[in-house]
Design a protein. Structure first.
Length: 172
């Protein structure tokens, strides 16, 4: 989603800057690896992407109240709030997220069938708001907006013949 960063005064009137992003962290300790997909886009400013697959899973990647991937992105949780931090030489992101409702299992709202039992068990979702800051290159801004997150755990039987259809549905 695009969210307003700030309104900047210019000699030609006011300019609205918008930014959006996506963070996906994945631990698969039983397979020995982590995955990371991270991107920030803006309508009239800089963007940044980082994608790393099959990183070695390290014991310290999971801790009591959160997780980290690649020493780059960390998420910590405290009840209805979470903090997301991503840093390297090109980007510095810190956002504090507040859930606007308790996390829920969307698939419990529909009859449990083959798909909900094998491909997407233990899957919760929640919406919220965030505040924080971002620096991309030499440009730093305060940010705020809306979030949507999900979390799942356990075995995913993606070799299921119906998996491709449902994976495509989720990406849509």
């Amino acid at each position: 989603p695009h969210v307003p960063i700030e309104r900047l005064g210019t000699g030609h009137g006011r300019v609205l800057r918008e930014i959006g992003g996506f963070i996906r962290l994945s631990h698969q300790p039983n397979r020995g690896f982590d995955k990371l997909c991270f991107g920030v886009v803006s309508r009239n400013g800089p963007g940044y992407t980082r994608n790393a697959q099959d990183l070695p899973f390290k014991t310290g990647d999971r801790f009591e109240n959160g997780f980290t991937v690649d020493g780059f992105c960390t998420a910590t949780f405290d009840g209805q709030t979470s903090r997301w931090v991503a840093k390297d030489g090109h980007i510095d992101l810190e956002i504090d997220v507040r859930d606007v409702h308790p996390a829920y299992d969307f698939f419990c709202l529909i009859p449990r069938g083959e798909v909900s039992k094998t491909i997407i068990p233990n899957h919760i979702q929640g919406g919220g708001t965030f505040t924080g800051r971002i620096r991309i290159g030499g440009v730093e801004r305060r940010i705020s907006g809306s979030t949507y997150r999900d979390h799942s755990w356990g075995t995913r039987l993606l070799h299921n013949p119906k998996a491709d259809f449902y994976a495509a549905w989720w990406l849509g």
